[in-house]
Design a protein around this ligand. Structure first.
Ligand code: CP3
Length: 335
């Protein structure tokens, strides 16, 4: 049995595989669609195409779960901040307007994101019943980084942008959390079986702000998913040893570890949770033997505990789909 929802809820030893960014970027069938659809946000909002893209890795690899083709930045978009994907420099958002942001209306937000919910409904209809459909959000802090344009070059954050405005920042995070919960509820109502929270920039939060900007917002969202009886996987990337405290306080059903977390440490320190991922996506660019050796370390470590095979970050655009196929086969032969 490989149903992700069951595994997360029952925390049993059953095994399952899916990959972050399994839909898009590296698949030729995706690149083909992408070439004809230059506006990335509009592509995400084309429910027919996003359903098709979501199902591409299922058709190709018969992988155990589907993740809806969408983006974490659709939420700032729906909250009135336009988003542009600039080739090679990543996403660029329109300048943040505090008062406009606070005046957002729930009906307009729902209306703007309706194509995502339609895509979830369509995908759920087409997806085999034993496969889970994962929907996702960006955590409030990670969205804030993009919304306030806090990213500097070389993976650095400009903390000055939030330094003197603690009260404003807290209000923004609270309001964002409120809309993210609406977005999760809509996705659940459309047929999503599992939620994943991407806190990709959590590793850049200062220690003294960690509770306020990482733990508390994730906890609120996890508690909401629990109230809906839907399992939730957190991915607070780059937080190192703070994964232990995060797990003890937030208590999500699943916890994705990044590639810097030692699997042995995770096994010993992250209790009462289904661990997911960890494998460095760069190993898919290495010779096959090295890829299998690195994968085996995770499979051996988590042999007798509930574990979802996945990566420590998303698949890279230059990944060869044949390698993905071989890795899935290797994983299945080792069960
Ligand atoms: O297969 C899947 O995992 C589902 C689809 C998905 C996308 N984005 C599609 C996408 C998911 C889960 C995301 C999450 C996401 N988006 C995160 C969190 C995970 C992470 O990588 O840390 C973040 C930070 C974003 C924001 C974002 N979207 C960036 C920084 C970029 C540009 C750089 C990049 O990674 O490609 C995107 C674009 C994006 N989102 C693409 C896809 C398929 C590439 C679009 C293209 O073809 O140009």
């Amino acid at each position: 049995m490989s149903n992700l929802k069951e595994i997360l809820i029952n925390k049993n030893i059953c095994k399952s595989v899916w990959f972050m960014r399994q839909a898009g970027r590296y698949l030729p069938e995706f690149k083909n669609i992408r070439q004809q659809n230059q506006d990335f946000i509009q592509l995400c909002l084309d429910s027919k195409l996003s359903t098709e893209i979501t199902l591409q890795p299922i058709k190709r690899f018969d992988i155990d779960s589907a993740i809806i083709f969408s983006d974490i930045l659709l939420v700032p978009y729906a909250l009135g901040q336009s988003v542009n994907f600039v080739q090679d420099t990543g996403p660029k958002l329109e300048k943040f307007d505090y008062y406009k942001f606070l005046n957002n209306d729930k009906n307009l937000f729902n209306q703007k994101l309706k194509p995502v919910y339609d895509a979830i409904r369509k995908t759920r209809e087409k997806l085999n019943k034993n496969k889970s459909l994962i929907a996702f959000i960006g955590a409030p802090w990670t969205l804030l980084v993009y919304m306030l344009d806090m990213k500097l070059k070389k993976n650095e954050i400009d903390h000055n942008k939030i330094k003197l405005k603690v009260e404003q920042i807290n209000l923004i995070l609270d309001n964002l959390t409120k809309f993210l919960i609406i977005h999760i509820e809509n996705q659940i109502n459309s047929g999503a079986n599992v939620i994943q929270i991407f806190d990709s920039w959590a590793g850049f939060i200062k220690d003294e702000d960690f509770e306020n900007y990482c733990i508390n917002p994730n906890l609120k969202i996890v508690d909401f998913c629990k109230s809906k009886n839907i399992p939730v996987i957190c991915f607070p990337k780059g937080i190192g040893k703070k994964y232990k405290r995060f797990n003890e306080v937030v208590k999500s059903h699943g916890l994705n570890i990044d590639y810097e977390v030692d699997p042995g440490w995770a096994k010993a320190n992250l209790k009462n949770v289904v661990i997911q991922g960890g494998l460095d996506p760069r190993v898919l660019l290495k010779p096959e033997k090295e890829m299998f050796d690195r994968a085996k370390k995770y499979l051996d470590t988590f042999k007798n505990s509930p574990y979802v095979f996945n990566l420590g970050h998303g698949l890279l655009p230059e990944t060869d789909p044949v390698k993905v196929e071989r890795l899935i086969k290797f994983y299945r032969e080792h069960q």
